[in-house]
Design a protein around this ligand. Structure first.
Ligand code: BGP
Length: 482
């Protein structure tokens, strides 16, 4: 029997804010990532560059934009090179390409009554180019990109007013592209606001009157409502389309078999899963409500929210998977920083140069867990190794990346043989792009190298890495030749 189904969607993933560039073209407005500056490693106060962006720094950057290195504005210049990039994807044999639409290219400030035609045209051109090669677009409606005006006026998703503004934008792109796009995701990593409220929800928690967790869950509540409204709209108006909810999935392990550790892990996983529970089951799960009580989370619920959530459930689930982590019930145990989340060390797993645990088998475990829980098909829409690549004689020998991806593909094949329904696999940053946590080009994921550094120096020319040829064979053999 084949390891992968014949219609398995092999491809790659990107996001407009990190990849597109052309920030001031086609009358695009500015998003909150356009105000994140690159900070060299030695000068960072926190592990993630975006953590350094408080409200004061934002005001400083805004008052003198030219004085700062703002890498998201450059991205990898897909805006001008989309034909070349899509040709490279086609050469690898991509069946699908995950991209996001930039909200501010369609509604520059979020408030306009009419969409920006030049912005709409850009994505029509991109979709036409993809279809030329038979590549199916997988579209994220919002991937870490909110109009900066909404951050300034409303503190982003903390305000319920953003729901309608987003819904107007979502309806516009669905109406416009429903014949070009079958697979849709509402939000990138809808659980991300908790760790990164500015990036995910366009919100400064320091400007909120609520405590940190309440502010984040308030923004999340509004995102859940927006997600369900969008799901219902797609089902009502574009029945041929499929709508999914995506989370950043980190598999959580218990440090020991002490039942106390096991219980802590169980509860942790209930909270981790609550984001998908809401999207799939259309209601807030009871463990999350208990968590709200325990941690003093108070939010204002939108009128009729139960009805809205129950009417807008999703058709599939999507995950990014980069790592697992380890927890204990003992609060005295010291967790390592530097990971995407804090974790006790795992003696059975290696870590990347950025301290991210590498755990391919964790992906097989995660796929099984989520399938058992939801019985819905799962799309792995991000996975990959951020690494430093060296160009030697015009070549990039990235066997470390091949090893990482090979092991994860084998884990997916394992999950499929366990009975899990997996729709596709789109490794992250298939063409190098700007890192979300580091705001740098140094941390690269791609099969294709982009000749640009952290300061925007370079030709932006594309170079095929060794992994490019390897992935091409993987796709051609439908996962037999890994
Ligand atoms: C995910 C985000 C992506 C992406 C990826 C890799 O959480 O959805 O936008 O950037 O992580 O992270 P990084 O770029 O920080 O290495």
């Amino acid at each position: 029997m084949d390891k992968f189904p014949q219609n398995f969607l092999w491809g790659g993933a990107t996001a407009s804010a990190q990849y597109e560039g052309g920030f001031d073209e086609s009358e695009r407005g500015k998003s909150q990532l356009d105000f994140v500056n690159f900070i060299p490693k030695a000068q960072r106060e926190n592990a993630h560059s975006t953590d350094n962006l408080g409200y004061d720094r934002f005001l400083k950057i805004k008052s003198d934009e030219a004085a700062f290195n703002l890498p998201y504005r450059r991205g990898s210049d897909f805006y001008h090179r989309y034909k070349e990039d899509i040709a490279l994807m086609a050469e690898m044999g991509f069946k699908t390409f995950r991209l996001s639409i930039s909200w501010t290219r369609i509604y520059p400030t979020g408030y306009e009554d009419e969409p920006n035609q030049a912005g709409l045209k850009f994505y029509h051109d991109v979709f036409d180019e993809l279809h030329k090669y038979g590549i199916e677009p997988l579209v994220t409606i919002i991937h870490y990109e909110n109009p900066i005006t909404l951050t300034e006026d409303l503190n982003g998703w903390e305000s319920p007013e953003v729901i309608d503004l987003f819904y107007k934008y979502a309806k516009t792109v669905i109406d416009e592209y429903k014949n070009d796009v079958t697979y849709w995701l509402g939000f990138n990593e809808i659980n991300a606001a908790l760790d990164n409220p500015y990036v995910s929800a366009g919100m400064f928690t320091s400007k909120s009157k609520r405590n940190y967790l309440s502010a984040c869950y308030q923004a999340l509540h509004h995102q859940f409502i927006a997600q369900s409204l969008t799901a219902k709209y797609i089902h009502d108006t574009a029945p041929g389309c499929k709508f999914g909810s995506m989370i950043a999935r980190l598999e959580c392990y218990s440090e020991t078999c002490n039942p106390k550790d096991e219980l802590a892990t169980l509860v942790e996983d209930q909270i981790n899963c609550s984001f998908l529970d809401i999207a799939v089951r259309g209601e807030y799960p009871k463990p999350l409500l208990s968590y709200f009580n325990k941690y003093n989370v108070n939010i204002d619920y939108v009128d009729n929210y139960q009805k809205i959530l129950s009417e807008g459930k999703v058709d599939f689930i999507a995950i990014s998977y980069y790592m697992s982590y380890v927890i204990s019930a003992d609060p005295k145990k010291v967790e390592n920083p530097g990971n995407l989340t804090k974790s006790l060390s795992n003696p059975y797993a290696e870590t990347s140069e950025w301290g991210w645990t590498v755990d391919p088998l964790g992906l097989r475990i995660t796929l099984n867990r989520l399938y058992d829980r939801y019985l819905l098909p799962i799309f792995i829409v991000e996975n990959g190794l951020g690494a430093i690549d060296k160009v030697e004689d015009g070549k990039i020998h990235d066997n470390y990346r091949i090893k990482y991806l090979r092991e994860h593909i084998n884990a997916i094949a394992g999950a499929i043989s366990d009975g899990v329904e997996v729709m596709g696999y789109t490794p992250w940053g298939c063409i190098d792009l700007c890192s979300a946590s580091m705001s740098e080009m140094t941390k690269r994921y791609g099969f294709v190298y982009v000749d640009a550094d952290d300061y925007g120096n370079g030709t932006y020319n594309r170079i095929r890495k060794d992994s490019f040829y390897w992935y091409k064979d993987v796709i051609k053999s439908n996962g037999e030749l890994v």
